[in-house]
Design a binder for this molecule. Structure first.
Ligand code: G3D
Ligand code: MG
Length: 179
């Protein structure tokens, strides 16, 4: 049996205030790495390991995700560049009950990639437990994600659906091609 490779990757979680970024991270992460806000850069960082199983032909990969969450109500304009720097993947979150949060995803990605260049992105349509209040759905997500060359998933931090899958998805995208 081959030993698993170990890698560490920084990902950022972005999106308009109150879309559910912190709730998604909290749902996913059990182990708080640094619970204090790093006030100089205005971020909170937690880590969690994801295992990528190769199916035997190649070694498995243990990915330690360093997940960066903006502290407080950060809007696009006041997220500092230090937050984006060194990110190798991103989750961009919107809220299915607020259409403007979907349009914002485009700006979040553009601003991010001005710092990082092209990196893997997964778009998350969060609060899918609130289907009766939904103002957009998979069709719109599919259109936007195609435009942005990203994948998308429908999540709920409340009931947990697709949350683990979303972090698995971004991990796989970042490590595509690595053996
Ligand atoms: P943010 O980190 O993007 O700013 P938060 O967002 O994680 O702080 O969440 C903002 C609000 O949305 C919170 O409600 C939170 O409970 C709620 N929320 C987050 N994810 C979901 C979800 O999947 N479903 C539902 N129904 N609510 C969600 P409060 O009331 O505490 O402000
Ligand atoms: Mg938050």
């Amino acid at each position: 049996m081959m030993a698993a490779k170990k890698v560490s990757k920084k990902i950022v979680v972005l999106g308009d205030p109150a879309v559910g970024k912190t709730s998604l991270i909290r749902r996913f992460v059990i182990n708080a790495f640094d619970d204090k806000y790093l006030t100089t850069i205005g971020a909170k960082i937690v880590k969690k390991e994801v295992q990528l199983r190769s199916g035997g032909a190649k070694p498995d990969i243990d990915v330690t995700l360093m997940i960066w969450d903006v502290a407080g109500q950060k809007t696009l304009g006041n997220v500092k560049q230090a937050y984006y720097r060194g990110s190798e993947g991103a989750m961009i979150v919107c809220d299915i009950t607020r259409r403007e949060t979907l349009l914002s995803t485009i700006d979040w990605i553009k601003t991010l990639m001005q710092v990082t260049g092209e990196i893997p992105v997964v778009l998350l349509a969060n609060k899918c437990d609130l289907m009766d209040k939904a103002l957009f759905g998979e069709k719109e997500m599919s259109e936007v994600s195609k435009k942005l060359n990203a994948s998308f998933m429908m999540t709920s931090a409340k009931d947990g659906r697709n949350v683990g899958e979303a972090f698995q998805n971004i991990s796989e995208s970042m490590l595509e091609g690595m053996s």
